[in-house]
Each structure stands twice: as C-alpha cells, then as structure tokens.
Write a protein that binds this ligand. Structure first.
Ligand code: IMJ
Length: 259
C-alpha cells in the first residue's frame, strides 16, 4: 500500500516525457495517488494522453491558463468533481519569460517582460493556492509544491528575469505557508539542478553548464528528473507533515560548494 493511497493530487506543467512534472506524476502514481493533470494548451493535452498510454494508467487532463483567474476557478471546480471534493497536493510547474530576455544583460529587462515573467512564473502560485484552499481544507490539509532554481539566489548567466521571478516565487511560497498553515496546508519549493527539459532547451551554453555543474557537485553527476519527482512525492506525503515554507535542493549538492 503506497503512502499516497486514496489521495488526489493536481500536477500542472507536463509538456513531454522529460518534464519534471511528468516524473513527479510517475512517483505519485507509484505510491497510489489519483493524479489529475492540468496543462496549458491542447498540444500538451494530446502529449499527456500519449504519455499516459505508455505508462499504463489513466487520469483526467484539464486545460488551464493559470494566469487567468476565471480559468483557475473553473479548473478547481472540475478537480473537485473528480476528487470527491478533496485534494491532497498541487504541483506548480510553470514558468515563462520572453526568450529575448533570457540572454544578454539583465539590465536590459523591459517593464513588460518583467511583468510577464512575474505573473506567469510567480503569481500563478497564488492563483493555484487560492483555488486549492477549500478542497485541501475539506481533506484535512494538503501540500503545495513549487519548482524553483538556484538562479533565484545566485547570479546564473542568462537566467536574468527568471531569477528574479523565482526569488519572488520562493518568497511567495513562504507567505502562503504562513497564511495556510492553520488549515494544515503546507507550501514548499523544490530547487532542482539543471536538467535538459523543454524549458531549458535552446538556452545558449546549457549543455556545457550541465556537465560542469555535475563535475563540481558533491555527487559528481547530473540531477535526474526522477529524483526531483521523488522529492516532490515526499513533500506531498505525510512523511513531510512537519515541513512548510522550505526550499529543498535536489541538485546533487551543487549549491553548497564555494568553489
Ligand atoms: C533558462 C534560461 C537561462 C538559463 C537557464 C535556464 N538555466 C536553466 C534554465 C541555466 C537550468 C531552465 N530553467 C530553470 C527555467 O526556469 C526556464 C524557464 C524558461 C524557459 C524559457 C525558454 C523558452 C521561452 N521562455 C522561457 N521562459 C522560461 O520562450
């Protein structure tokens, strides 16, 4: 019997088989969770349908642009219908910045680009938390997990506006933890090492960077999406019942190094 047996969880942000969110869904399913998916567009809806066929399980897949509060309200209405009105977990796995601002100098960030990055990568955690609150309360509590990256607190070349938006996301998770703790709803961030996902593809110099980070890391290897998925599962499970407002690093120890 898995630790997540009888629990429903919402996983956002799956795009393909490399997505960290997909690996989180596999971990959660393995431990008995009823996984519900929310994706950004019809293209991902088709993709997740195929992934589920390959993995041998079925799950509802809803469409939602999390920057639109009406769509989020509608999403959680549908989630409630397929989860007997109770929700144990939500994974926030979404980010967007204009491609042109993920290169060159941070000082060139536009007002519009600054806003887009923050609304789509950070404010969406607030909209998801608002939507999930009543369904989590109904189940006696819940766990919200957001994906972040070291560029939130250290300067990583080209990460630019996304670093500032991830810093906002991590701080937002702490404020949400304080708001929701009385309802036994926990909010944590998982800071993953660099992984070749769609979100990282086409970033100049990323491949060399992933290799160098592996060499410098205590574990001497690259971070895998499967081990990030297992940490997300842990945070959503009762095993993590005393952890909230935290940022957990799943980066083979890279962030502890000074040189
Ligand atoms: C992204 C940009 C620059 C450096 C980067 C990344 N490094 C890593 C990433 C070193 C690991 C991937 N990452 C952690 C992200 O959060 C990516 C966010 C992202 C990626 C894109 C690419 C395509 C696009 N907009 C994007 N918005 C956010 O148009």
């Amino acid at each position: 019997m898995g630790i997540m047996e009888g629990k429903s969880v919402l996983v956002t942000g799956v795009r393909n088989e490399r997505s960290i969110a997909w690996h989180a869904a596999l971990s959660l399913h393995r431990e008995g969770a009823n996984v519900i998916f929310s994706v950004f567009s019809e293209r991902e809806q088709t993709g997740v349908t195929r992934l589920l066929e390959g993995a041998g399980f079925s799950a509802p897949i809803f469409l939602c642009d999390a920057t639109d509060e009406a769509q989020v309200a509608n999403l959680f209405e549908k989630v409630g219908e397929v989860s007997e009105g109770k929700l144990a977990g939500v994974l926030h796995s979404m980010a967007f910045a204009n491609k042109s601002e993920l290169e060159g100098e941070y000082i060139a960030t536009s007002k519009e680009g600054f806003s887009i990055a923050h609304v789509s990568s950070s404010f969406t955690l607030v909209t998801l938390a608002k939507g999930a609150r009543e369904l989590m309360k109904a189940g006696g509590g819940g766990s919200i997990v957001a994906l972040t990256y070291l560029g939130a607190e250290r300067v990583v070349p080209n990460y630019n506006i996304m670093g500032v938006a991830k810093a906002s996301l991590e701080a937002s998770a702490r404020y949400l933890s304080a708001d929701l703790g009385a309802d036994n709803i926990r909010v944590n961030s998982v800071s993953a090492g660099p992984i070749r996902t769609l979100a990282a593809r086409a970033i100049a110099g990323l491949d060399a960077m992933i290799k160098e980070v592996a060499v410098r890391s205590p574990l001497k290897r690259e971070t895998t999406p499967a081990e990030v998925g297992d940490t997300i599962l842990f945070l959503m499970s009762e095993w993590a019942r005393g952890i909230t407002g935290e940022t957990i690093y799943v980066d083979c120890g890279y962030h502890i190094m000074g040189y």
